[in-house]
Design a protein around this ligand. Sequence first.
Ligand SMILES: NC(=O)c1ccc[n+]([C@@H]2O[C@H](COP(=O)([O-])OP(=O)(O)OC[C@H]3O[C@@H](n4cnc5c(N)ncnc54)[C@H](OP(=O)(O)O)[C@@H]3O)[C@@H](O)[C@H]2O)c1
Length: 394
Amino acid sequence: MSAANDNAVRHSLFNIQYSIVNEVNVMNILITGANGQLGHCMQNIAKQHTEHKYIFTDVCDGYTHLDITNLDAIRKMVAEQHVDCIVNCAAWTNVDAAETAGDIVETLNAKAPEYLAKAMKEVGGLLIHISSDYVFGGDPYNTPCREDQKGTPTGVYGLTKLHGEQNIQAVGGSYVILRTSWLYSEYGKNFVKTMLNLTATKPQLKVVFDQVGTPTYAGDLANAIATIIEDYKKDPSQPSMVFTPPSVPPFPGDRNLLRGGVPTAEKQQETQQANSKLVSPSPLGRDGRGFPSEGRGEACYSKSGIYHFSNEGVCSWYDFTKAIAQIAGNTSCDIQPCHSSEFPSPVTRPSYSVLDKTKIKETFNLSIPYWLDSLRKCEEHLLANSACSEEKRR
Ligand SMILES: NC(=O)c1ccc[n+]([C@@H]2O[C@H](COP(=O)([O-])OP(=O)(O)OC[C@H]3O[C@@H](n4cnc5c(N)ncnc54)[C@H](OP(=O)(O)O)[C@@H]3O)[C@@H](O)[C@H]2O)c1
């Protein structure tokens, strides 16, 4: 075979290899706090996106152990698992207990996100971090809060979540901070599950109507996270992830072959040296997955920043409870609106914490479900799960 023919064959093979790689585009995605509400919803996402490898971690049994307050442990896991992206679902989430829990709240909500950001920056990966509407609340807002609005937290939880955002921004690198509100799901303890129980068992219930916001179904938030990950994969600022098949030369170090020459030992050495300087020295990347897990350099995701995500619409906790009961058919409970002052708590909750989602919708072309539609979906799942467990008990 002539050198020109040989080169043509290699060129085609090269393009075939790359198109396979491009279609597969494997990512290693580390989920922290996998046993929490959002962590469980990310487990459902993993079942739909089987092209990626997910590593589910938490501090409890049943998951790969990762304590996100330990920087060395994070770095070790990132290196061993070739992590390309971390979705941080772990946090201190008990708002009232945060007031008296001490340093652990700042460590978990502010220091740990900084560690995760550092670990991702070191390998050129992406951190997706979840923050909260409780970074607002100190000012009497009556229009939806935008991302660039000043944080005015009213308690330790909100303040530490704000510090977490600031620490990630100070580290830099590729990051997406998603502020969300009133999170609920089929998993763990949450407002929907509590109210389903109370409205089924109590004759009367008082719920505050002077705190207004938007519920967020964690399944919808997990879908938004999956969309962001897919967008990141295609981001032009990620040179090693976006492949444009080269026309000339097919292998940068094989220029002598294009000229029709036969590679001498000297040329071969030259070729190897040239290839070793490339970001991705082989078409399949350093780890053979077509997606180099290290050394992406300083390139940052062009859409790094803070975004707001909740479901669409607005309601008070009272309206939310009425809807929860109505969907479940819990009609015997008399639900009455009341003022927050009737339920004194260690932290003053925001009276208006509606998040403006214009930025996330426009940037990622997202269509977000209306809160009532998602609530119906979640309750349907809960009903189906309880029917399933009932069937198993029989
Ligand atoms: N829930 C809401 O209404 C709400 C509203 C706005 C924003 N958010 C934010 O949304 C995110 C997800 O919330 P969620 O409700 O899904 O949380 P969640 O159900 O409370 O789950 C948090 C998970 O993190 C784990 N965790 C605790 N300490 C850890 C550590 N040192 N290292 C690793 N994992 C640790 C927890 O384990 P243990 O259970 O064993 O402690 C738990 O499995 C959080 O960032 C939260 O701040 C939540």
